[in-house]
Design a protein around this ligand. Structure first.
Ligand code: MRU
Length: 345
């Protein structure tokens, strides 16, 4: 099992996901500034993994400060980390938990208590991904061909994965005949990371470009789509990697079930619908270049939204660690979010 985020005695160790699959390199980070930069530049990515890394980033800020300035250092670390990436709510949920510890804790005990909370966030994400993997696997028919988008695997979470965890578990149970992974432009999380994980897990895998999804839906028998999520609004609208919405529309047009697998830390009950989810716009060089090489002609306008929102009416079911939810989603999401302590940005 590869761990993308680890706490090693007094610092954070991250798998540098930008280098995969060519190189499996780990970086040791000892300051909150470095953790914030690693989230922003996507050394660490994937909603649950970002939340865990941020929680440890707050611990580093407390650890680096002297006792007189520790409370202020933690507050400014939380603001700094909150400004890294706007869409995945796991980041804000984890930071809110760290803020509550800071508010309620004796400053002398702050480092230890923050570390304890960060470890709890980490362990909860770990057990959530394990539960989601086994629940998600129950949705697979025998001999399934499954399509996934982006990377919702062990390296995007604390371990196991969500959507990819379900695929790997269903494969272990002998139910998967093939997984189809989309390359996921612009940063190729599918081609680089999902294929790497699936092949290592021994799952028969086919890589396609994003624009091939319609063709394969029409000409091959795809039994289900399963993807992860970065934020799920109270009505079940789902923000996930750009391109997810197009796949959901195609799935509906072809009668293919479209499943979303995500921990309750991804549910944001403070937003009534996906219209209120902030969509991150990243640097346009990610679109104009591939692996650092410019491929696009000069163009007056280039756009690079990193996520899109799939309306809840296109979602067949949402798999959380607390159960599989079906439409209408609001009541079910309220139930699972409440039992998780509620989430808000
Ligand atoms: O920009 P990224 O690579 O962080 O986006 C990741 C995704 O969209 C994943 O599908 C999502 O975070 C779920 S990871 C379990």
């Amino acid at each position: 099992m590869t761990h993308s985020v680890e706490w090693c005695e007094d610092h954070v160790r991250l798998l540098d996901q930008r280098l995969l699959p060519q190189e499996e390199r780990y970086v040791d980070l000892r300051t909150c500034d470095k953790v914030a930069a690693a989230i922003r530049d996507m050394t660490v990515r994937g909603a649950p993994a970002i939340g865990v890394a941020a929680a440890y980033g707050v611990v580093l800020a407390a650890q680096c400060a002297d006792s007189a300035s520790r409370t202020d250092a933690v507050a400014s670390a939380i603001s700094q980390l909150a400004a890294t990436r706007p869409t995945a709510v796991n980041l804000f949920a984890a930071l809110e938990r760290m803020r509550c510890v800071q508010r309620d804790c004796d400053p002398q005990l702050l480092v230890g208590e923050l570390l304890r909370e960060a470890r709890t966030v980490h362990e909860e994400e770990l057990s959530a991904s394990m539960a989601i993997s086994s629940l998600g696997a129950t949705l697979f028919p025998a001999g399934a061909t499954v399509l996934t988008h982006c990377n919702a695997g062990m390296i995007a979470t604390a371990a196991h994965g969500t959507a990819l965890g379900a695929i790997v578990e269903a494969h272990r149970q002998g139910k998967v005949s093939r997984a189809i992974a989309t390359e996921t432009r612009p940063l190729l999380q599918g081609a680089r990371l999902t294929v790497w994980e699936l092949v290592r897990a021994g799952v028969p895998t086919t890589l396609i470009t994003d624009s091939m999804v319609g063709h394969f839906m029409r000409t091959s028998h795809i039994d289900l789509v399963i993807v992860g999520a970065d934020r799920i609004a109270a009505n079940g609208d789902v923000a996930n990697k750009i391109g997810t919405y197009s796949i959901a529309v195609l799935a509906r047009a072809h009668g293919v079930p479209f499943y979303v697998a995500a921990p309750t830390s991804t549910v944001d009950m403070s937003l009534r619908s996906g219209a209120a989810i902030e969509i991150e716009e990243r640097n346009t060089t990610e679109v104009t270049s591939i692996a650092g090489i410019r491929v696009a002609a000069e163009c007056p306008e280039v756009r690079n939204p990193a996520f899109d929102v799939t309306p809840h009416r296109l979602v067949t079911a949402i798999v959380t660690e607390r159960g599989i939810l079906r439409s209408p989603f609001t009541r079910g999401l309220k139930g699972v979010a409440a039992s998780h302590g509620g989430r808000s940005r």
